[in-house]
Write a protein that binds this ligand. Structure first.
Ligand code: CP3
Length: 343
């Protein structure tokens, strides 16, 4: 067995699988006591720069839950300091930008990155590939829109007012910014694939803030540049957004073998919109895990049944694991998905 014949990679391509593969967005991190233990006194971004620590944190959920894929412990803002951005990750808030982007001079100071700028990520990937054996490792990057929203707002936002104002008021500036961010995301992902990841996920977590028309006009060409720039590498590409039900066909058109679906859209409906050339990933509501076991299993069974409409299904949550989730509920869910789908 190699990662390329794993249930996860096969489901991404839509070929036959021994069981439905399962992993969880944010499986590495705050739901695990062993994570808090190794992170003690080390800042989030500093943790991402230490390959041994990244390796340990990435492996923790694989050991504990027996998930079908590991996801690199990193963050979407990790490549930004090399591009000249002053960024920190503030616990309980998320990324905070010291020098938000407002005008063309700001866009011009956003430098392209090279593989050597993120060599610490490549080191971690190489270590992980050795440790993981036949278990695939997923690499990831933030999509241009989601990165832009942090860079323009300066931090998390509810309404994306500054972001959309730039988009509508100054399309030239907007496209210049998204073009540079696409270049950074592409370089970051190509470095991860070169080091050995078996699949990549482009997180456009906040794209659901846009109408389909605006997504197509202002965002899709840039996300398509990232995904299209990976097409020659032979690894499956997953494209994910939250609240992006109306955007799903456009997100597939950007160039993805798998579209990640949040909990709002049934996978059967998503698949009907996406057609037979695309696999789906998702989409149990992460809050379900706080309910009794019978409820989790009934909801998981529904998701699995709806997922059968697609050419391939990677079981996941509709968004990341919430920090207070009982890790044992995640382990039980992995067992349930495996036991009920074994061929
Ligand atoms: O297990 C995994 O999925 C891999 C790790 C991972 C992290 N961030 C680690 C992290 C991944 C895939 C991300 C991606 C990411 N980061 C996204 C896209 C995915 C999504 O959730 O939609 C986004 C929008 C970010 C930006 C970001 N970084 C946010 C919103 C936060 C949370 C802020 C908070 O504290 O609530 C972070 C910080 C972060 N990234 C943490 C982790 C484990 C928490 C920091 C800590 O543990 O100290």
């Amino acid at each position: 067995m190699t990662p390329a014949d794993s249930a996860f990679v096969r489901a991404c391509w839509g070929t036959s699988v021994p069981h439905t593969p399962v992993w969880f967005m944010r499986q590495a991190g705050r739901s695990l006591p062993e994570y808090h233990q190794v992170r003690k006194g080390i800042g989030m971004l500093e943790s991402c720069r230490r390959p041994e620590l990244v390796t340990e944190i990435t492996l923790q959920p694989v050991r504990r839950h027996g998930v079908d894929a590991a996801i690199l412990f990193s963050d979407i803002v990790v490549p930004l300091p090399a591009a000249g951005i002053d960024v920190d990750i503030v616990p309980g808030t998320g990324p905070v930008i010291g020098d938000p982007i407002r005008d063309m001079a700001d866009v011009r100071r956003l430098r392209p990155i090279t593989a050597s700028d993120v060599d610490f990520v490549a080191s971690a990937v190489r270590m992980l590939v050795r440790e993981l054996g036949a278990t695939p490792l997923i690499g990831f990057a933030g999509a241009p829109f989601t990165l832009a929203s942090y860079l323009i707002e300066g931090g998390p936002s509810r309404t994306y007012t500054k972001t959309k104002t730039m988009m509508y008021a100054d399309p030239g500036l907007w496209h210049a910014l998204l073009g540079r961010l696409a270049g950074i995301a592409l370089e970051f992902l190509r470095a991860q694939v070169a080091a050995g990841v078996s699949a990549v996920q482009l997180f456009d977590s906040w794209a659901g803030a846009l109408s389909e028309a605006d997504y197509r006009r202002y965002v899709l060409p840039h996300s398509a540049a990232v995904l299209g720039g990976l097409a020659d590498l032979g690894v499956p590409r997953i494209h994910f957004g939250v609240g992006a039900g109306v955007l799903l066909p456009a997100m597939a058109e950007a160039g993805a073998e798998v579209v990640g679906v949040d909990w709002r859209t049934p996978l059967s409906r998503a698949s009907a919109q996406l057609g037979p050339q695309v696999s789906v990933q998702g989409n149990l509501d992460p809050v379900t895990l706080f309910a009794p076991r019978e409820v989790v299993e009934a909801e998981a069974a529904r998701v699995l049944a709806e997922g059968r409409a697609a050419r391939g299904h990677v079981f996941n949550l509709g968004h990341g694991v919430l920090p207070d989730t009982d890790p044992d509920a995640l382990t039980r869910l992995v067992d349930f998905v495996h036991e009920t789908t074994v061929q």
